[in-house]
Every structure is written in structure tokens, then in C-alpha cells.
Design a protein around this ligand. Structure first.
Ligand SMILES: Nc1ncnc2c1ncn2[C@@H]1O[C@H](COP(=O)(O)OP(=O)(O)OP(=O)(O)O)[C@@H](O)[C@H]1O
Length: 290
């Protein structure tokens, strides 16, 4: 069932950067990995959904209803998009502030919720420590704590693994999986690391230069386009026929397939077609031209 729908969202920073005509949906029980290199537009997208940034145009629907920037339903979203902390307050007080902002002030409930979350994220022993004394990794854990503290149906996580050690990363993964299984939550998390994403999500959205370039499952294969003299004798078990002189084969067992094709007809040219993920990974060490 569709929980969230983004329709042609555009946020133009005026320098050619931002988010452009971005549409996607999010269903209950889905964990979507949002992949893109530095500057691709991941944070802009998540900030637009969370309401932190106001889009120039486009629509956002939650549970079938159009939502405005100050919509109350956003309280249903657990958000760790660029989490902000009060540096001079301690762990407990920071989380208490989040609950207060969300209208939860009953002392017993506040205490129970915070204790529970601190146990999950492994910050139980530092509940009285001030944030200004926190390491980056501890801040990341607290950011995740904020996201799960009052989350309802949707969780938006902006690079939740950055700065976390193996235990921290596993904690996030296990919690997200459990919540999705138990409560049919929907989660979007961003990252640059495809391996990290693969291990957790069941759908992938790739963003580049503020535009969506892929939305689908993880099983994307590269393929090879082969130009041949005559494709008529080649059957589908060897290669997929595109037209009278073009066939396509997936990269797996490519050498065997090429041998079979040459038995039937002459090959004139071979082109590798990269899938969007490969294209993205090819420039993984670069940033989008800032
Ligand atoms: N307020 C702003 N004014 C102008 N340009 C901006 C602004 N905020 C972001 N940008 C630019 O928009 C692009 C997208 O930025 P965004 O932070 O959404 O990318 P990102 O994919 O989250 O990157 P990273 O992985 O580095 O966090 C970048 O080129 C960035 O420099």
C-alpha cells in the first residue's frame, strides 16, 4: 500500500543545483536505499519530504492526502536528516526536547521512551553527558535515536551509517529491519556505499544531478549490445534479438555466448551498456560539479 508519493518535486537553488522533477512513491514495508554521490541531491530530497526545505513546485501526498509544508502528519515521520542537537544539554534532555516538541510531556511516558531508545542505540551509559563532549559517532547514534524516538509510519535516514563502527551499523540495520517487519513501516535511507545499501534495502533509487536515474530492484545486470551481420538465426537462449543486426546479451557467460553467435553469423561490433548503478559507481570518487 502506498504511503508516500512525491510528484515532480523541484527545488532549484538557482545555481543549476538542487532537485528536478523528482517523482517517487514509497510503500508500506519498503526499505528504499537512496544512492548518489556527494552533491547528487539526497539531502535536498529528504529535507523536502521532512518539511525542512520548501520545494519550488511539485506535490507530496501522504496516505493519499496532499500535505503542506507545516502538515501535522510529518510528526509521523521519524527523521534523522541533518539532526540538530542542543550542545549544552545532555543526551536525556535532548531527547526529552524532541518529545516535548511532538506534544509528549507525560513524565512517565517520556522516561520510558527515552530509556528504551537509549538502550537500542547503545547510549545508556552517557545519558547525562553533554552533547558538546560527544564524538562524531556518538552524535550519529543520537541522531538515529531522535529518528526512532517518535517515529510512526515513515523513517527518513540521511546517511545513517556515516561515522558508525560495525556495531553501530549493525544496530541500525537490525532495528530498521525489525521495525519494518513488525510495524510495516516504510524507510528511506541515503548512502554512497552500495554494499551497505544492498544489505538493508529491498529497492534502490539512484539520484544524480538532482534527477532520478534509477528506481527498481537490486538485481541490475549490465548487458552487451552486439552488432551482427544477420541476427535471424540466433535464438533467444543465446541472445535477445533487438533488430535484424542487433542482439543483446547479459554479461554473464559472455564468452560462451559470443562463441555461439560467431558460429551462426559474423560479429561486426560489441558495445558495453552500463547500467545506471555502474555509471554512478564509475564516478564514485567524484562529487557532482558543485
Ligand atoms: N542552500 C543551497 N544553495 C545552493 N546550493 C545548494 C544549497 N544546498 C545544497 N546545494 C547544492 O545542491 C546540490 C545537492 O546538495 P545535497 O546536499 O542535496 O547533496 P547530497 O547528495 O546530500 O550530498 P552529500 O552526499 O555530499 O551529502 C549540491 O551541489 C549542493 O552544493
Amino acid at each position: 500500500m502506498e504511503l508516500l508519493k512525491l510528484e515532480s518535486i523541484t527545488k532549484d537553488y538557482g545555481n543549476g543545483k538542487g532537485l528536478f522533477d523528482f517523482s517517487m512513491n514509497l510503500n508500506k514495508g519498503e526499505i528504499v536505499g537512496l544512492i548518489g554521490i556527494n552533491g547528487a541531491g539526497k539531502t535536498t530530497l529528504l529535507d523536502t519530504v521532512s518539511g525542512k526545505i520548501l520545494a519550488d513546485s511539485g506535490e507530496i501526498f501522504y496516505d493519499g492526502e496532499k500535505i503542506g509544508i507545516d502538515s501535522k502528519c510529518r510528526k509521523e515521520f521519524g527523521i534523522s536528516v541533518n539532526p540538530g542537537f542542543y550542545d549544552y544539554l545532555n543526551t536525556y534532555e535532548n531527547l526529552k526536547a524532541i518529545l516535548y516538541l511532538n506534544g509528549i510531556s507525560d513524565k512517565k511516558i517520556v522516561n520510558e521512551k527515552i530509556k528504551n531508545v537509549l538502550k537500542i542505540v547503545g547510549l545508556k551509559n552517557v545519558e547525562n553527558k553533554k552533547i558538546k563532549e560527544f564524538s562524531f559517532g556518538m552524535k550519529q547514534r543520537l541522531g538515529f535515536a531522535q529518528a526512532i524516538l517518535n517515529s510512526g509510519s515513515i523513517m527518513l535516514l540521511d546517511e545513517p551509517f556515516v561515522g558508525l563502527d560495525v556495531n553501530g551499523r549493525n544496530m541500525v540495520k537490525e532495528y530498521v529491519k525489525e521495525m519494518v517487519e513488525k510495524n510495516q513501516m516504510a524507510v528511506v535511507f541515503s548512502d554512497h556505499n552500495l554494499d551497505e545499501v544492498k544489505a538493508l534495502c529491498n529497492r534502490l533509487v539512484v539520484i544524480r544531478n538532482g534527477r532520478k536515474i534509477y528506481d527498481g530492484n537490486l538485481d541490475i545486470k549490465s548487458s552487451i549490445i552486439i552488432k551482427v551481420k544477420d541476427s535471424s538465426g540466433i535464438d533467444n537462449s543465446i541472445a535477445k534479438k533487438i533488430d535484424s543486426t542487433t542482439v543483446e546479451v547479459t554479461e554473464r557467460n559472455i564468452n560462451d555466448k559470443i562463441k555461439n553467435i560467431t558460429k551462426i553469423t559474423e560479429i561486426t561490433r560489441i558495445e558495453k551498456v552500463m547500467n545506471p548503478l555502474e555509471k554512478m559507481l564509475e564516478v564514485n570518487n567524484n562529487v557532482e560539479n558543485h
